[in-house]
Structure formats: structure tokens, C-alpha cells
Design a protein around this ligand. Structure first.
Ligand SMILES: [Zn+2]
Length: 161
């Protein structure tokens, strides 16, 4: 028997002004994703923006449906858009911002389990090149995570297929 460990790490900026300018810009783009969200049921708006290796920035919002299981997260929506519009172009970073119309969110939210798995597959598709995640609420602290391994240490891959 052998007990093993994996370490995860993240960077927290209590002062958003300390966030490096490219990531601040991507957070602004993610905020624009709120305007693209369709969230009449939860009132929980998620905006996501990706920065691609070719410098292109795309944003999206979550897409809810009265048939709840059909809902699409903003993260997967923008990743699918990027893969469709710019196939073969690596995703360098993904910014995610959350806003609840019922109460002000001043802490970031992390991606759901399904989005973590899709981010894991996206990194595999780009030869393991890590995607930087930049997370923020409506305002307040920013969390930066360098690669999905820090959010999903045991992702499922093709090796068992
Ligand atoms: Zn999700």
C-alpha cells in the first residue's frame, strides 16, 4: 500500500487591479457574456470568454431551457464556439464571471464538473497545453488557475477506450 498525494494551487488577487492587464481584459469580455446569457429560470448569469492562440477573443453566456437538462453552461458554449469557428487553434485562457440577479456575488464560482471534463479534453486536444482560468464574481477578488489539472486532478481520458 502506498498513500499518494497531488497538489493543487491557485492565485488569488484580493485587489482586482493587481490582475495582469490581459487577464483583466478577458474578465471584461466575460462580463459582456452576461448580455448573451439566457437565464430566466435561475437568474444566474454566467459569462465566459476565451483567448485563443491567434489572439481572437470570443464570449458567450449560459443558455437555459425550460427543460432543465438541456441547459448549456457558458464555458462549454464558448469552448464549442471556439472549436467550431477556429478548429485547431489552442485556447490560451478562459475567463468566467458570475452574476446573480437576486443577490450580489462578490466571490468567484468555479466551473461545474461537466465543464471541467470538457476543459480537460480541450487541453488534451491541444497537446496538453494548459488553459489559464480566470474567475471572478460580479466584482471583487479574482482567482487564477493555471490549467485544469488543478480543478480536475483525475480527468477521464481516451486511454481506457
Ligand atoms: Zn458547467
Amino acid at each position: 500500500m502506498e498513500r499518494k498525494q497531488k497538489a493543487i494551487e491557485w492565485i488569488r488577487y484580493d485587489d482586482p487591479d493587481e490582475v495582469p492587464p490581459p487577464w483583466r481584459h478577458l474578465l471584461e469580455e466575460a462580463g459582456r457574456g452576461w448580455n448573451k446569457a439566457w437565464a430566466p429560470y435561475s437568474q444566474f448569469l454566467v459569462g465566459a470568454a476565451v483567448l485563443l492562440d491567434n489572439g481572437i477573443v470570443l464570449s458567450a453566456g449560459n443558455q437555459e431551457n425550460a427543460a432543465y437538462p438541456m441547459c448549456l453552461c457558458a464555458e462549454r458554449t464558448v469552448l464549442a464556439t471556439a472549436a467550431s469557428q477556429y478548429p485547431g487553434t489552442a485556447v490560451r485562457a478562459l475567463a468566467i464571471r458570475v452574476k446573480n440577479l437576486r443577490k450580489k456575488l462578490t466571490e468567484p464560482a468555479t466551473p461545474c464538473g461537466a465543464c471541467r471534463q470538457v476543459l480537460y479534453e480541450t487541453e488534451l486536444r491541444q497537446d496538453g497545453k494548459p488553459i489559464t482560468l480566470i474567475l471572478q464574481g460580479e466584482e471583487g477578488p479574482v482567482v487564477v488557475i493555471e490549467g485544469i489539472a488543478h480543478l480536475l486532478p483525475f480527468g477521464f481520458d481516451h486511454s481506457a477506450l
